[in-house]
Design a protein around this ligand. Sequence first.
Ligand code: FAD
Length: 280
Amino acid sequence: MVTAYMPASVTEALTIKKKERERALLVAGGTDIMPAGQTAPVMIYLQGLHDLSNVTKSGAVLRIGASCTYTQLIHDERVPQVLRDAMHSIAAPAIRNAGTLVGNICRASPAGDTLPVLYALEAAVVAGHLTDAGVMDKRRIDIDDFIQGNRRIALAPDEIVLAVEIPCRSYENMTKMQSCKVGGRKAQAIAKLSFAGICRVEDNVLCEIRLAFGAVGLTVVRSRELEAKMRGLTLTELAAKKNEILKEYAALLQPIDDQRSTAAYRRQVCLNLLEDFLTL
Ligand SMILES: Cc1cc2nc3c(=O)[nH]c(=O)nc-3n(C[C@H](O)[C@H](O)[C@H](O)COP(=O)(O)OP(=O)(O)OC[C@H]3O[C@@H](n4cnc5c(N)ncnc54)[C@H](O)[C@@H]3O)c2cc1C
């Protein structure tokens, strides 16, 4: 028998999760859970939870509630365009009307379409739980620490993801922001590979750069070390070092052959997208 809950508040949802722990499955849009036929003794439905359905921009942080759907976010101008572009490449309208950004993160698929952009935006996840005193406690986890592997996330059995936070400095005043998904067709396609790049050029100098690749490893590939090497280069120096940079990224990517593509194709197209992005 399955017991289904539709909590009316975050506190109620956390109370159920604290009691049921691993027995309880959280359901947002259900667009991953339902096709997989996933079930559990207890299902907690988060869709429609008012407290988790808002976007707020306060101070230096954009906060996206865990129950916000893709459709809602695509139409919200406060959400960085590069993330809206990535969400627009997902599935088709019906799935985007139900599916959530947080569901994509918690699924932690190597081919999750929003993940490279979220890495490039230095996003973090806010997880909440109830203490024994019944008080809500929250912690903030950087996305690259939260996603630990294929379908593995750093979430305790009594926790629920409440929001995604994106620092505004990660996307405001940038020179170039790009997200690209390569699939078999334009809609309803799982990515063969994906790429996100964000950079800022000032006075001909590359001041900021963040690059991330999806579906070419168990988790998104991002190298802070290589980004640091590029930061501070003039555009002429960057152009002169391009081949060296491409070689270093080629060594980091770990694509596989599968029914959607070949490792060789995935690697080469990633490098082509990178080369194109670095042409500033
Ligand atoms: C036809 C079809 C096409 C698709 N195309 C794409 C595509 O192009 N690109 C792509 O990336 N994905 C695609 N997907 C997969 C899916 O739509 C996305 O991953 C979506 O973002 C999942 O969100 P959801 O709200 O439906 O998650 P759900 O299915 O509700 O949940 C997914 C996982 O997240 C967990 N979860 C949800 N909310 C929380 C929370 N608040 N706290 C903790 N855990 C939580 C759930 O327990 C579950 O493990 C497709 C799916 C279908 C059915």
